[in-house]
Ligand binder design. Structure first.
Ligand code: FES
Ligand code: FE2
Length: 388
């Protein structure tokens, strides 16, 4: 982040602290509860947001050398992503072209070829069908047409986007718009994944994203954990097309900004949270990134799959520093798991109570307005062109 941007953003956060606000929205936002519990609504989201949009699914550094692969289930579809010899990434449906078996069961590894365990058809890392045992049984098929079925995949700014699974491929740069340069500024690609975890949650997928879009709750819900370190006010929200950015000051920022600001002060003392449409949160947290994604778990609006990556700024963590990073992971994971998500689970149950038809996002919870407004627009008008 250049010095001028730091200064400008710093002043806006300072002004919000002085005004004791969270960059207020013009009015409260009424969010219908049906959006969290209605099966038809979820079916529309799955189609328009999760199948017809590119989604962040990994960090580039998880695919270091040729043959490095990962598999993942996304909206019920198993996908294989593999680093190629030329340095590019390719992705395929993880489905054998013979009889349809899942080709690769492991979550990650490194291999030059992939052999289906049913009848041992062999595919190259490029997806080409390389070998068919008992080939005399298949003289009538064209091998060139029986490679693994490709899925669009793209790498930008140290992150990996998959899809859309349906419809035309999307230009990620156009999709990100100005957020692309903001992500580029953080050099996520130079870092490495310290730890990754996938877990199932009993809540609508959107409640996971909601968790990271306001700091109004910090002094209350997190009173015994992170509240001494993060302000509950002074948050600033911006919208960039369908994406968003939320600046959340650490408690230390108020003192720092009273002095002449030094380069880097802003990113040391303000947490920068990018919301990447539709379902990812990228958090710059002083010396590391957290990447959170949330996807619906099948057609159940009450369940989702959450993924968390802790990405350090160095590719490898020194052995001597591992204990510190283990602690960082524990703070991140435990705060959300023991404070935010239990709250969200009760919200999801409360949605089914019939107590109310909508919830209210306050003027001081503008990040929530922006997120849900972006979803509303996308469901009305699916993604077709560059972010405004
Ligand atoms: S189903 Fe894969 S080789 Fe037969
Ligand atoms: Fe929280």
């Amino acid at each position: 982040m250049d010095a001028q941007t730091e200064r400008q953003l710093g002043e806006r956060v300072g002004a919000a602290l002085d005004a004791n606000t969270n960059g207020p929205a013009a009015a409260e936002y009424r969010q219908p509860i049906t959006h969290y519990i209605d099966r038809d609504h979820l079916a529309r989201e799955r189609d328009l947001l999760f199948r017809r949009q590119p989604l962040i699914v990994a960090a580039s550094s998880e695919f270091e050398k040729a043959g490095d692969f990962r598999t993942m289930e996304l909206d019920g579809v198993s996908v294989l992503i593999v680093r190629q010899r030329d340095g590019s990434l390719r992705a395929f449906h993880n489905v054998c072209r013979h009889r349809g078996t899942r080709v690769v069961d492991e979550e990650a590894g490194c291999r030059p070829t992939f052999t289906c365990k049913f009848h041992s058809w062999v595919y190259g890392a490029d997806g080409a069908l390389r070998h068919v045992p008992g080939a005399e049984g298949f003289t009538g098929i064209d091998r060139a047409e029986h490679g693994l079925t490709p899925v669009p995949v793209a790498e930008r700014h140290g992150l990996v986007w998959l899809g859309p699974m349906v419809g035309d491929p999307v230009d990620i740069d156009a999709f990100l718009g100005p957020v692309g340069d903001m992500l580029a500024d953080f050099h996520i690609g130079r870092g490495g994944v310290f730890r990754f975890q996938r877990f199932a949650e009993a809540m609508n997928w959107k409640l996971v994203i909601d968790t990271f879009l306001e700091i109004y709750h910090v002094p209350y819900l997190h009173a015994k954990t992170i509240a001494p370190y993060i302000e509950g006010r002074g948050g600033v929200n911006d919208v960039f097309g369908r994406h968003g950015r939320f600046l959340a000051p650490r408690a230390s920022y108020d003192a720092v900004r009273q002095q002449p600001m030094q380069p880097g002060d802003f990113t040391r003392h303000v947490i920068v949270i990018h919301r990447i449409f539709p379902n990812a949160i990228v958090i710059w947290n002083r010396d590391h990134f957290e990447l959170w994604t949330s996807v619906p778990d099948g057609n159940d609006p009450d369940r989702c799959i959450v993924r968390l990556w802790l990405i350090t700024t160095e590719r490898q963590v020194a052995e001597a520093d591992r204990a510190t990073w283990d602690k960082n992971w524990d703070i991140t994971f435990n705060t959300v798991q023991s404070e935010d998500f239990p709250m969200a689970r009760t919200i999801q149950r409360g949605f089914h109570s019939g107590a109310q038809t909508h919830v209210v996002f306050g003027r001081n919870e503008k990040g929530l307005h922006d997120f849900h407004e972006s979803l509303r627009l996308a469901l009305e008008q699916p993604y077709a062109a560059a972010a405004e």
